[in-house]
Design a protein around this ligand. Structure first.
Ligand SMILES: CCC(=O)OC[C@H](C)CC[C@H]1O[C@H]2C[C@H]3[C@@H]4CC=C5C[C@@H](O)CC[C@]5(C)[C@H]4CC[C@]3(C)[C@H]2[C@@H]1C
Length: 419
């Protein structure tokens, strides 16, 4: 890092000590800025479209007996776990690999959208819809649909950050629901906490921590524990996933039907039962470096709508790529001022911004029976707006219970924004 950058980095580090919790409010030095908006991160949920739909292909024969039906259901839980693990390298390591370190993504403006599709010969077309449904706090909602396999995913994400010593600690909010309509089966997944390491050495990278869950409507629950360097195996990006028949039996690790462990950014292994699999004796589960992620197809800027992310941020992104500090500031201010004017007009006219493809559903207002309430009950997880994966009767199991849900009709009636 140049002398200039290192001095601006040290002044940045001192600035984060007076951090107020809103990452977007931190003015990071330009060399740590990413030209990519956070609204694009939703694509990392399906850069392996074959894994995204795989579980929907694992079906027992129509005349199969109970044991085979059970075995197939477990196979699907393992397959959904593989899909989830396959998303993590793109989610959390891509900037390090492509730009040398974690970077600060552009903070999406309210209503910013990002759409595209994967068109792989194997699994047909998979569509991505991503929309910034809230600016304060920043919340991105996303829908991913593969119509030929009747597999769809809807989720949303927000983060809250705190600073301790030299690491930024991030709690994720939101969750996702994967639906296999042909099997009438759904899966809830929660999002792990993370922290940013390497701030002192000015080469920040994400490390996952804590626990996340995948709960299947057929009862199986996957508990995934994350750790980094200095824990168990001393390797970064380590995880251990245990699959249980149901939440009750997950109280005791010995009840694990399957255990998967390794690095989510590299190789992981699988073994039956509760013993930790080893690379020497057990079967390879997934190799995150083996298969290149499939790039999302995004139409050229000239045919994009003004609300589409890459068109909206083009001038800022170009300035960041040139490290032209003044231009970054100048172009960002134009967008920020436009947004301020919009909010002001809405305030004066009393017209609130209408989200495009997602509705904010209040689960506390009325008793609902949908995949979310069913799956949170099965997993004994809170329906409230606490950190992702909070348990029922935990200290977070209170307050609002509003969640973003994909409104497919709105997408079907969409006339301005095309794939
Ligand atoms: C803002 C202070 C600053 O610039 O610090 C320098 C560092 C780049 C650290 C802060 C930023 O680190 C980025 C990492 C981002 C997360 C990466 C992946 C995901 C998964 C995705 O599914 C949802 C979004 C999420 C959680 C990103 C959220 C925003 C993070 C933490 C960026 C930090 C501002």
């Amino acid at each position: 890092m140049s002398q200039a950058s290192s001095s601006s980095w040290t002044s940045f580090l001192s600035s984060i000590t007076s951090f107020n919790g809103d990452l977007a409010s931190l003015t990071a030095p330009p060399f740590i800025l990413s030209p990519t908006s956070l609204v694009e991160f939703s694509q990392y949920w399906a850069e392996h479209p074959d894994l995204f739909v795989e579980a929907s292909l694992l079906r027992a024969d129509d005349n199969a007996g109970a044991p085979e039906i059970e075995a197939m259901a477990l196979k699907r839980a393992i397959s959904v776990t593989k899909w989830f693990i396959s998303t993590l390298r793109s989610q959390y390591c891509l900037r390090n690999e492509s730009m040398g370190s974690e970077k600060k993504p552009l903070n999406p403006f309210l209503g910013e959208v990002f759409v595209g599709k994967w068109d792989s010969p194997l699994v047909g077309e998979t569509v991505l819809l991503s929309e910034q449904v809230s600016h304060h706090p920043a919340v991105t909602a996303y829908g991913i649909i593969n119509a030929s396999h009747n597999v769809s995913l809807q989720g949303y994400n927000g983060v809250k950050a705190t600073i301790s010593k030299a690491s930024i600690n991030v709690k994720q909010y939101g969750h996702g629901i994967l639906q296999l309509d042909d099997l009438n089966e759904s899966y809830l997944y929660t999002l792990p906490p993370l922290h940013i390491e390497g701030l002192i050495s000015a080469s920040p990278f994400v490390e996952l921590e804590g626990t996340s869950y995948i709960q299947s409507s057929n009862g199986f629950i996957v508990q995934i524990d994350y750790s980094g360097r200095g824990y168990f195996s001393g390797k970064k990006h380590t995880f251990k996933a245990r699959i249980y028949r149901d939440q009750l039996s997950s109280a005791n690790k010995d009840n694990a039907l399957v255990t998967i462990s390794g690095q989510w950014s590299d190789k992981s292994y699988i073994a039956k039962g509760s013993a930790t699999p080893s690379s020497k004796t057990d079967e390879l589960f997934y190799d995150a470096m083996a298969v290149k992620p499939e790039q999302l197809q995004v139409k050229p800027l000239e045919s994009q709508h003004p609300l589409e992310s890459r068109r909206a941020w083009k001038k800022v992104a170009d300035a960041i790529k040139k490290s032209d500090y003044d231009q970054i500031h100048q172009e960002k201010s134009i967008i920020e001022n436009e947004q301020r004017d919009l909010r002001k007009k809405e305030q004066e006219s009393g017209a609130k911004w209408q989200t495009r493809w997602f509705d904010n559903v209040d689960y506390a207002a009325e008793q609902k029976h949908d995949p979310f309430t069913n799956l949170t009950n099965l997993a004994n997880l809170s329906i409230h707006n606490g950190p992702s994966g909070s348990a029922k009767s935990s200290k977070y199991d209170t307050g609002e219970a509003k969640h973003w849900r994909l409104n497919l009709d709105n997408w079907k009636q969409e006339t301005e924004i095309k794939l």
